[in-house]
Every structure is written in C-alpha cells, then in structure tokens.
Design a binder for this molecule. Structure first.
Ligand code: LP5
Ligand code: MN
Length: 245
C-alpha cells in the first residue's frame, strides 16, 4: 500500500508552472498510490469555497479524477488555506482532517499536521491563528464581496511577508519542546508536517530514550517534494519543476 504526502504548494494564478507540475503529479505518481495526504497550504490563499476561480476549477477536476481512479484523498488545513470548507472538499472528494490527525503508518503511531501549531515561539502568529479561528469573524469575512476578501487576503499576505523580515529563523521553526510535548501527548513516534519549508527527516529523543522521527515536507518552488511510504519504506523525494516544451 503506497501513501503519498505533500504540503505547501502555494498554487496561484501567478505560478502556472506549479499548477502544471501538480496536475502531472496527480496524473502520474499519485495514480499509483492508494492514499494521498495534502498537509496544508495547497493554495497561496483561500478566501471561501464560493470563489470558483479557473485555477480552483482546474484543481478540483484533477483531484476528483484521482479520487474516481480509486485514490483516497485527505486534507489538513494550512495557515494560508484554513478557510477551505466542506463544499470544496466534497467537490474534490477529499476528507478534511482535524488539526492533528493520528493514524498508523509504517507500523508506528503517526501524527499528521500542517506544522504551524508547533511554532509556539512565534507569538504574533499564534495570536493571528487564534483570531482567525473565531467563528463570527469567519462568518463576517465570508459574507464580504469576493473582491473585498481578495484585497484583505493580499493585505494580510503583505503584512506577513513584512513581519517575517523581523523574525529570526529559529522563531519561525518548530519549537523543540512543543514537538516533544505533541509526540508524548499522543503517544506517537512518527510525525509528518510541512509549513517550515525545511525538508528533512529528524531523529527526536522522547522521555525514557524512546526514539521518534519528525519528517518535514518541502514546499514546491524550484522543486516538487513528496514523501512516499510503502510498507516500512519511507522516502522523502524531490525533483526539479520543469516547464514542458
Ligand atoms: O504564510 P507565510 O509562510 O508567509 O507566513 C506564515 C505566517 N503568516 C500567515 C498569514 C498568511 O500568510 C496569509 C493568510 C491569508 C488568509 C486568507 C484570508 C482569510 C481571512 C479570514 C479571516 C477570518 O499565516 C507568519 C509566520 C510564518 O508563517 C512562519 O511560521 O510567522 O505569521 C504572521 O505573519 C502573523 C503576523 O505575525 C501577524 C499577522 C499580520 C496581519 C496583518 C493584517 C493586516 C491587514 C488586516 C486587514 C483586515
Ligand atoms: Mn504554512
């Protein structure tokens, strides 16, 4: 049984090369898998399932085609597309996962998450995350005209880009104590997440010298990244994104 994991593609109209690479990935590698997990930030930002842009329609059709081929699709929200709702998930035939999803992988208890929850030293971000989870604020946002929502999303993106210039790389990475606490709270020994754009397989030591692994997926920019789990075999893979002739 082959399971694939991806995150942080940040698809947008400005990067048609990424959309093409994603669709090719769905039509090739993903076709040979039984399960595909998208661990957040598939889109540059998401302002509501009612947007229905050509990009969204293209992605919906490609994901649905994969689901109809027999691959099970799962989605974790990221910090850019936390507004993805049931309607989009249904259209793509994907199952929405909770913020931390626990399951069995490669014979171990595993946790799947976007990764932003573990960046606990980034207090400004955690505040932003709390505020944008308020149901009344989400309701209000979703009732604004689409053009206004796009402007707000672009303003927040700009604020985020500027804010990141003042933050250290350490603050924007996961906090080691939060990683250990998360493993121990769920009694897991494998964790897969994205968000930090620092692809790597880390060994983590828990209490009583229990060994755990934290696998960080890469973002799609110059290269595409995915994790492949086939039985006990775990491979973090990447290749350059090329524009077809
Ligand atoms: O995404 P990335 O990697 O650049 O940075 C993240 C954190 N930033 C974010 C913000 C997202 O990039 C943008 C989300 C757009 C969502 C669509 C709109 C939906 C609105 C719904 C309202 C209910 O997540 C960044 C982290 C970084 O990861 C590393 O972990 O540091 O955190 C921040 O930038 C948060 C800031 O510190 C504080 C937020 C600034 C917001 C400014 C708002 C100004 C305009 C508001 C207009 C209403
Ligand atoms: Mn992210």
């Amino acid at each position: 049984m082959t399971k694939l994991f991806i995150a942080d593609l940040h698809l947008s109209e400005n990067r048609p090369d990424l959309t093409d690479a994603f669709i090719r990935f769905l039509e090739t590698e993903a076709r040979a898998a039984e399960e595909l997990y998208i661990l957040g930030d598939l889109f540059e930002f998401w302002i509501g399932d009612d947007e229905q842009s050509p990009l969204q329609q293209q992605v919906t059709l490609a994901l649905r085609a994969l689901a109809e081929h027999g691959c099970l699709l799962f989605y974790s929200h990221g910090n850019r597309d936390f507004m993805i709702g049931k309607r989009f998930a249904q259209e793509c035939q994907m199952t929405l996962l909770p913020p931390i999803y626990s399951c069995e992988l490669a014979g171990e208890k595993a946790l799947l998450l976007h990764g932003d929850l573990l960046c606990t030293e980034d207090e400004a971000y955690q505040r932003f995350r709390r505020i944008t989870s308020w149901p009344w604020l989400r309701w209000l946002f979703l009732h604004l005209p689409l053009s206004r929502r796009v402007k707000i999303a672009q303003q927040i993106r700009q604020g985020s880009r500027q804010g990141k210039q003042q933050k250290s790389l350490r603050i924007m990475d996961v906090t080691p104590q939060s990683v250990v606490a998360c493993f121990e709270q769920h009694q897991a020994t494998l964790m897969i997440h994205g968000h930090t754009h620092r692809p790597k397989i880390h060994d983590v030591e828990l209490h009583l010298r229990i060994k755990a692994r934290r696998i960080v997926l890469g973002d799609w920019d110059t290269h595409l990244w995915y994790l492949k789990i086939d039985g006990q075999q775990i491979d973090l893979l990447s290749r350059p994104i090329t524009t077809p002739e």
